[in-house]
Design a protein around this ligand. Structure first.
Ligand SMILES: Cc1ncc(COP(=O)(O)O)c(C=O)c1O
Length: 365
């Protein structure tokens, strides 16, 4: 098989070709400077990313899982306080809640849609609910305004998991400015990704900002003064330099993802395929369809050198280490996507020829 015949799911090297020489020279400069930990590149990226999201503050950290953990820890909640999250998300969302000593309460997603069912949240709110943690899965944005009005005057925080939604909008507002705290992964394959693990948190709350910034650096702002029992979850300086360059490509890449999604929307016509509903200004981190016989489709893709993925093959209640917490509970819509969902190639630079090939295979299977 020739590499060029492959329809790639993602091709990061190709995405970054235009800026790779700038990145090489930035890395060289940092090595020369000998300033690897919390260098000025970190502060610069934090500033640039906060500005991009139209948020007042941001805190770089080691990865998206830590971003969620740090955000939850900053609220100082009583042990076992309840946190509402969707039943379909990456394991990290649930793990961060449990690792922070809090209790995950699952809510199903909407039918044939990636995100949490807001009417169902209403039924799950109790006097112990302290956080609602929606996930903008696949880059589809949850209506945070609706969640806010549902909360009303109760003291319940909203922390949104934005790991898959860099640059997406709700009306005119960017994700990262919608909630009390927003948590992003900058894992390489994300819409904005580093060359290794990385994450960032945004907030407009000055107090929480100061607390989280201190917490991610072992509770310290000044060397050997530790005011909190924090963790070491700093954003790496080299990664911050790379991210500063890559931030310039985000809007163009998102624009291309949206174009690809439109092509799939308009051209997939096979009745065996169920398309799922995305929000208006989604950024298509994944383009997921559902098919009854997923194995058969996967085989056709394999045979034709078309890469694909599953996001995710298990709903949160089905994950081995979490099964016992949610036993006997069913989350129909999340379990449906886990069983029937398949993610199509979504690299922002896919050619028309590649897209036609994918659609041809989909329409004839
Ligand atoms: C929805 C969601 N939440 C959290 C994470 C965790 O991010 P990370 O892998 O950077 O820890 C990811 C990414 O993998 C994700 O997709």
């Amino acid at each position: 098989m020739k590499q060029s015949d492959m329809v790639k799911f993602l091709d990061i090297f190709n995405q970054d070709k235009k800026i790779i020489n700038l990145i090489y020279s930035d890395i060289k400069k940092i090595i020369k400077k000998n300033n690897f930990i919390l260098g000025e590149e970190v502060t610069n990226f934090e500033k640039n990313f906060a500005k991009y999201c139209n948020s007042k503050h941001s805190i770089g950290c080691a990865n998206g899982t830590d971003a969620l953990f740090i955000a939850l820890k900053s609220l100082n909640l009583p042990k076992n306080s309840e946190v509402i999250l969707p039943a379909m998300t990456y394991c990290s969302t649930a793990f961060a809640i449990i690792n922070a000593g809090l209790k995950p309460i699952l809510v199903d997603i909407d039918k044939h849609a990636p995100t949490i069912n807001i009417n169902e949240i209403k039924k799950k709110i109790s006097k112990n609910t302290k956080v609602i943690l929606p996930v903008h899965l696949y880059g589809s944005v949850v209506d945070i305004k609706k969640i806010r009005s549902l909360i009303g005057k109760r003291k319940i925080y909203i922390i949104d998991d934005c790991a898959q939604a860099h640059g997406a909008k709700l009306d005119n507002k960017r994700v990262g400015s919608l909630s009390d705290i927003s948590c992003f992964s900058l894992y390489p394959g994300k819409n904005l990704g580093a060359y290794g693990d990385a994450g960032i948190i945004t907030t407009n709350n000055k107090k929480l900002f100061a607390k989280m910034k201190n917490y991610r650096n072992l509770g310290s702002e000044k060397k050997f003064i530790h005011t909190q029992i924090g963790i070491n979850s700093r954003l790496d300086t080299l990664q911050a330099a790379i991210l500063n360059r890559k931030l310039d490509l985000l809007d163009r890449n998102n624009f291309n993802r949206i174009k690809i999604a439109k092509f799939y929307d308009d051209n997939i016509s096979n009745k065996k395929i169920t398309k799922i509903n995305y929000s208006k200004h989604a950024v298509y981190h994944q383009y997921v369809i559902c098919v009854k016989d997923r194995k058969k489709l996967a085989k056709i893709f394999d045979k034709n050198n078309i890469q694909y993925g599953y996001h995710y093959p298990k709903s949160i209640n089905q994950i081995d280490s979490l099964k016992s917490i949610f036993k006997n509970k069913k989350y129909k819509n999340a379990e449906f996507i886990a069983k029937h969902g398949i993610s199509l190639p979504i690299d922002p630079n896919l050619s028309k020829k590649d897209l036609i090939k994918v659609v041809d295979k989909l329409n004839s299977f």
